[in-house]
Design a binder for this molecule. Structure first.
Ligand code: ARG
Length: 459
């Protein structure tokens, strides 16, 4: 017949342009090891229900393992004329072991087969990503502990707001990633169910044992409805959505690193090995990893939109549209994997310029709120205190100095509630140390929060 696996009802083979248009082998060979594992589990089950003999199963298993070894060795001739990874492997098996290979596809369709392959691949991908996100979190916790006492300006509206500790800032990044870890684990649990047995869409007339296949492949259960099993791609959307969220987080870190490495801020430096130079300006040391991460975030967001749009118009059950899920999913995995790994490498090596950070906080009247709180403790209503401190800041701006540099007599022009002890609250160290409660920026709280984060990471 004109096509090895479905040509029976066709009078001619596909047009060359159609073949090139419909093939998926050029972008899905990473599914091959999962396809083989799924096929072995399926064949073993067929032998336990008597559809294959024990000898037949043995031959099929040996044949598939030989193919797996060839693929792993990079010695497998993928053929686009055979469309996809499933048919390439099945055709090779039949060439290798003879007509018996044609029995493998009993009680199965490529529709439940591909859904199984992709879920198996995703499970491994999620496990690797979960580990890398943890490694990045560990690096941030380490950095937070090292910089628990380092003072920097905290910002709102990109204007200096109040002093914070650098460690506190790092633990905010860590907190975002802790949620990402949780999301990835939840997605893994939901995705880890077996589609195989749904066959094309309605199930099969053979007395299959789906639980057995699920168990062999490490799935937590079987997908209950056959139509849903072959057509659901929620797991892909959830994965890409979680990945897009991770990328959004990394993109925000990137934005901060880029600003902080600019000479205008000069808060941090990265080792040379994580930076690149300019071909014209000899002095440049550019944060290209951070910039590319910010840029690649756009790709992953695009993939999420692509998958949602891919699914929105599909009636039940399987449609060939679903083949378009692979490039977005695979590119998402590669992109988020590379970015998280690089950030995990870099995080512990972020070199903090403590003096510059402190100086930036000092310049920005970052302790103005502390002065207002001081007045409140002396009996002034907060709104009045706000006004008084605003006047003091305005005076300091006119005199070109910091709040702590104003004479006591000058400060007392604005409120006689101000006493000599005011200078204790106007210092940066006093300001951060005073925010000494769970979630606050005080160095002691940062150390305690880092310990809790480390504990959560290890449990
Ligand atoms: N390459 C296909 C995909 O990715 C495999 C399933 C093909 N099924 C079919 N009925 N043509 O979805």
């Amino acid at each position: 017949s004109s096509h090895q696996t479905w040509g029976g009802r066709f009078a001619e083979g596909p047009d060359a342009r159609v073949a090139a248009f419909t093939e998926s082998i050029s972008f899905e060979t990473r599914l091959a090891p999962y396809d083989i594992r799924g096929s072995i589990a399926h064949a073993r089950m067929l032998s336990t229900i008597g559809v294959l003999s024990a000898d037949e199963f043995g031959e099929i298993e040996a044949g598939l393992k030989a193919i797996e070894a060839r693929i792993a060795a990079g010695d497998f001739p993928w053929d686009a004329a055979l469309e996809d990874v499933h048919m390439n492997i099945e055709a090779r098996l039949t060439d290798d072991i003879g007509a018996l290979g044609k029995k493998l596809h009993t009680a199965r369709s490529r529709n439940d087969q591909v859904a199984t392959d992709v879920r198996l691949w995703l499970r491994d991908t999620l496990d690797a990503l979960i580990d890398e996100v943890k490694r990045l979190r560990a690096g941030l916790i380490e950095l937070a502990e090292r910089e628990a006492d380092t003072i920097m300006p905290g910002f709102t509206h990109m204007q200096v707001a109040q002093p914070v500790t650098f460690g506190h800032h790092m633990l905010a990044w860590q907190a975002m990633l802790a949620r990402d870890s949780e999301r990835l684990a939840q997605i893994r649990a939901r995705a880890n169910v077996l589609p195989l047995g749904a066959a094309a869409l309605a199930g099969t007339t053979f007395a299959i044992d789906r639980e057995m296949v699920a168990q062999e492949l490490g799935f937590d259960g079987v997908i209950d409805n056959s139509l849903d099993a072959v057509s659901d791609r929620d797991f892909a959307i959830e994965f890409v959505s979680a990945a897009a969220t991770i990328m959004m987080h990394l993109s925000r870190f990137s934005e901060e690193l880029i600003l902080w490495m600019s000479p205008a801020f000069d808060f941090v430096e990265l080792p040379d090995r994580y930076c690149t130079g300019s071909s014209i300006m000899p002095q440049k040391k550019n944060p290209d990893v951070a910039e590319l991460t910010r840029g690649k975030t756009a790709r992953v967001q695009g993939h999420l939109t692509a998958l949602l749009t891919l699914m929105k118009g599909q009636p039940l059950a399987y449609n060939r549209d679903n083949q378009e899920d692979k490039v977005p999913m695979f590119d998402t995995a590669d992109t988020v994997g590379a970015c998280v790994a690089l950030f995990a490498d870099m995080a512990p090596h972020i070199m903090v310029k403590r003096e510059q950070c402190r100086e930036a906080a000092r310049r920005g009247f970052a302790t103005a709120t502390d002065l207002a709180d001081y007045l409140v403790r002396a009996g002034v209503a907060f709104r009045d205190a706000h006004e008084i401190v605003g006047n003091c800041v305005s005076r300091a701006i006119r005199e070109g100095c910091d709040l702590a540099e104003l004479e006591l007599t000058t400060l007392r022009e604005y409120s006689d509630a101000i006493g000599e002890d005011v200078y204790e609250v106007l210092t940066l160290e006093g300001s951060v140390a005073a925010r000494n409660h769970i979630g606050g920026t005080a160095p002691d709280q940062v150390r305690a929060a880092a310990a809790r984060a480390r504990h959560a990471l290890e449990s």
